[in-house]
Design a protein around this ligand. Structure first.
Ligand code: PLP
Length: 383
């Protein structure tokens, strides 16, 4: 740190210059992100609650109320009338809290968790932290977990089974209903990682009949859902919802000098601004608003998938949610490099040797049309 402070003007000018290096959602060229430009009202709400700390909720009862209301809203969306939970730093922390509860409740000495091969990489960190052995179940031809493989992976050490409602790489939705039937028979905790799909699936047309993933399924004990993805809240805003308060005893830590007697999240000091920003978006959009946003993303996804197929690219799988994954016969990795050269920020997934595009609200029809033109031209230039 320099000895003398700089003027506010100078500091802001420096920050502005440095910020130029960051990619911007407004350009419509970030095609790899599950996050998006925060909703305007989310930004305002976040600013209102800048100093608030939910790690010490007695000092910030307004913020604590907002967190409770957001959690109630999400629990109700997921048909969990007795749901409890927290706004946390993201999907990683939410998944951590769920598996911590499952592990502590089970009291198994060498605990294992059954994960789909497509589970998010956060579970690798979590297994490491919690000393859980991950046992991976294979996928079917639609990249959904194969229930017969889950059955084979199950043992007397299994403390939880995980299903994903909207995988990070392909947007696949595991057969959560089958997982629930199996988990009920074995009396084991079922956690649903809906970090991505949790605020997409409920707003799809006819989703009720297509993908069951929530507390209507009896074995589902916990759900991860991230308002900082399709919820358009300001980062960090993840959510963990438990079926009921039974889970809380297994994740609580005494807080000897704060206004509340216990904390239940991994992060101690945590901003109330995240809860406020999620709350503001939910209040402002309502179900109808979310249906519009999601509907638009799905329409744009279809436009992209059809355009790619028409141009001769191969889709890895028909899109389930708003993610498209495709390959090039001329070498997918080379095509990715060309696209990056044209400043299209797609991701490359080595596991499936594919290019992955996430169609979030900042990705508009005109961006997809421009991307298709460039992808066709980049492929043409490949030898
Ligand atoms: N789970 C899924 C399915 C995800 O897609 C992600 C992130 O993309 C996570 C968990 C981790 O979320 P975060 O990066 O917010 O910790």
């Amino acid at each position: 740190m320099q000895a003398k402070g700089l003027s506010k003007k100078k500091v802001l000018a420096e920050l502005k210059r440095i910020r130029e290096q960051d990619r911007r959602y407004d350009d419509g060229k970030i095609l790899s992100s599950m996050c998006t430009k925060p909703h305007q009202i989310a930004e305002k709400a976040y600013q209102f609650f800048l100093g608030s700390n939910l790690g010490d909720p007695g000092l910030f009862p307004g913020s604590a109320q907002l967190e409770r209301e957001v959690i109630n809203l999400l629990a109700t969306l997921f048909h969990g009338q007795n749901g409890v939970g927290f706004i946390v730093s993201g999907g990683t922390e939410a998944n951590l809290m769920a598996l911590l509860a499952a592990r502590n409740m089970s009291r198994v000495s060498q605990p294992e968790v059954v994960l789909p091969q497509s589970a998010h990489f956060s579970f690798t960190k979590i297994c490491n932290l919690l000393n859980l052995k991950p046992v991976y179940a294979s996928l079917d031809s639609s990249f959904r977990v194969d229930i017969s493989s889950v059955e084979k992976c199950f043992s007397r050490y299994t403390v939880a089974i995980v299903g994903t409602a909207g995988t990070a790489e392909l947007g696949a939705v595991d057969p959560i209903e089958d997982l629930s039937d199996f988990a009920l028979k074995r009396n084991v905790w079922l956690h649903v990682d809906a970090a991505f799909g949790g605020l997409v699936i409920p707003f799809l047309k006819n989703a009720k009949y297509k993908y069951k993933f929530d507390f209507t399924l009896d074995a589902v004990e916990s759900i991860t859902v991230d308002p900082h993805k399709m919820g358009m809240a300001v980062i960090p805003a993840g959510g963990i919802i438990f079926r009921n308060s039974k889970a809380l005893d297994f994740i609580k830590t005494e807080t000897p000098y704060l206004t509340d007697t216990h904390q239940y999240t991994f992060v101690g000091t945590r901003t109330g601004a995240s809860a406020a920003s999620a709350w503001a978006v939910f209040r402002s959009l309502g179900v109808d608003g979310f249906k519009k946003v999601v509907g638009k993303c799905i329409k744009t996804t279809r436009l992209l998938a059809d355009g790619l197929s028409d141009a001769g690219f191969k889709l890895v799988v028909e899109p389930t949610l708003n993610i498209v994954a495709f390959r090039s016969d001329k070498g997918t990795k080379h095509l990715v490099e060309k696209l990056w050269g044209s400043r299209w920020w797609v991701s490359y997934v080595p596991r499936y040797d594919c290019i992955r595009v996430v169609v979030m609200p900042h990705v508009r029809k005109k961006n997809v049309i421009a991307f298709l033109e460039d992808a066709i031209e980049c492929e043409r230039l490949l030898k």
